[in-house]
Design a protein around this ligand. Sequence first.
Ligand code: ACM
Length: 563
Amino acid sequence: MNPKKLLPGALACCLLSGAPAAADINVIPRPAQIARDADAAGVALGASHIIVCADAALGRVYADTLFERTGLRLPVHPAAATAAGRPVIAVDCASLSTDSHVAHPEGYALAVAADGAVRVEASARAGAFYALQTLAQLAARDGDGDAARVTLPVVRIHDSPRFRWRGVLLDEGRHFFGPAAVKRLLDSMALYKFNTLHWHLTDDQGWRMEIKKYPRLTQTGAWRVSSPTPGNRDLPDGVPHGGYYTQDEIREIVAYARQRAITVIPEVEIPGHSSAALAAYPGYGNTDIPGYAPAVQTTMGVKPYIYAPKEETFRFLRDVLDEVCALFPDSPYIHIGGDEAPKTQWKASPFAQKVIRENDLKDEFGLQSWFIRRVEKHLNSRGRRIVGWDEIQEGGLSPTATMMVWRDWKWARLAIEKGNDVVMTPHSHCYIDYAESVEGLPDDPYYEHIGIKRSGNRPPRLLPLEKVYQFEPIPEGTPPEREKQVIGCQANLWGEYLFDWNRAEYNLYPRLFAMAEVAWSPKAARDWPSFQERLPAALRRLDQIQANYRRPDGAPARPRARE
Ligand code: ACM
């Protein structure tokens, strides 16, 4: 649609890429269509404004968010009739408009008029919620205390996302951060229009989710006796580390995410990365191999412990996954891992070899595929689909699985060709646990990073901000009719060396903002110079909430954790 059609004649039109800075607006991710009157003075958002929204709960979300961002507490009314001449923020979240952005379940139109009236149109709650996030970013606060003025630019925006999976992976298998950190992340994700939290809750170094039927998963599996010493990975620190989410806490976090239009997708690692589960219930592992002694791991890296293909193991996994499905009722997908599952134990296990023979499987890779298909069948019977890391193609890709691509783009091409959906998270562009650069990294073991000190002459693994920004999720050569199989992309925050949430924020920001724009904005709207101009406002918002982040020179905004 041509936004010019919507504009009074005097409005200048700023569309997409290369827009002049004056006509741009301080919003990340950059909206699909912006028409701004760059000459008009900003309109004041004042205490006389009133929010009109038929959905009272959504109206309150508007009021609360604007209060948090601006200090203005605006009243909410269900119908315009009560507005009595006061300027209105009118929110229609059930619009029947055929405008492609408004009709999109996550899209919206937002107009700020010169007389101070604000109008939001969306066909569903998520779109109205995203309009609010845009509005919250548009509201600029000048001055302090009583002298503060909150202004909005005169602008019309039409906006909807490019991708339907806009994800962030949070790894708590390696370090447990706790509910307050997760909520802080969800707040930030909402402001930048991410809609998927991929919550990595089980790994070799810890199992973080209460499962009622198997209490040892957290009694034993959530705790390790020691971790690598920051700055010296060969030296155990001798300090126990652990923690887990109770089912009540998980339900609360899922509800908190839902209010913010975010779906939480849990990951239960199968068949590898399972040391912590096997430390709790050793019988589900390959007990028939020499030296079998699973323990919650005290060092990072890939470990050999892998579930055994026994009927009792499948019963255990079915029981666990049934509780997981109940805890995450909104999630159409369950992530079943599938990555980095060394085959050494299956090679050495007479029982695993018997299963391979009896089921006419080619080898251990065939066994992995057989294993995952059994788990998939169960999840399908519970109305869920599986997502797995790109190793799930080893031994044959299930036609109904969604592949999360983290290694080579060739796996994306293979899955797309076979008709599978893919989520793009290649480590080259999406692993924000990598450092941005070596220069500027604080000389402090607390800021140790994965992939910096590598053996031999291998260069450090780095991921600069601009590389995230330039990430194109659709693999080159994808036929246009298959582009829709790329359902989205994701920033992955692996936690091996993230010792607490303050440290994690240093890796999140500002690269999270770049990924937000990759996931949401039309490709043609992405513009690196424009992004750099909009970045300082986003960093100021981080200062307001006392978040840590990486400054452009590499220095941390908050070098050490809050006490
Ligand atoms: C992964 O990074 N092992 C998915």
